[in-house]
Design a protein. Structure first.
Length: 124
């Protein structure tokens, strides 16, 4: 599991929506963002692109100043998907997990694929 999020923080997740096929991505970054709605695509203000997001149950309560905390999955311009031979050719950022291990209320895991790409899946 990622050390940056806990399953307790994700207990009100109802659904994970993928905007891109997660089977095509070695890893995704995950964070909890403030949003005014429980469902639907949240606003995205980072560089890079949003690739998925979590939707919340109807009993999820607002956290700060009328906002909900929702998980967002994204990639930045220097991530492996954009730059296969770049800084994350091997390894991955701390908040990155294998999208195949994500489900509502589950943080996701680091796997050989998330850490080393498809090269991590084949014996050397």
């Amino acid at each position: 599991m990622s050390s940056l999020l806990t399953e307790e923080e994700l207990c009100h997740e109802n659904n994970v929506v993928w905007l891109e096929d997660p089977d095509r991505l070695d890893y995704v970054r995950q964070s909890r963002d403030k949003t005014t709605r429980r469902r639907g695509k949240p606003a995205y203000a980072r560089e890079g692109r949003i690739v998925g997001y979590a939707e919340l149950t109807t009993d999820a309560e607002q956290a700060d100043s009328g906002y909900y905390q929702r998980r967002v999955f994204y990639l930045l311009p220097h991530d492996r998907d954009y730059a296969p031979d770049g800084v994350y050719r091997e390894g991955a950022p701390g908040e990155a997990v294998d999208p195949r291990t994500i489900s509502p209320g589950k943080v996701g895991e680091k796997t050989p694929r998330s850490q080393y790409g498809t090269a991590g899946l084949t014996p050397s």
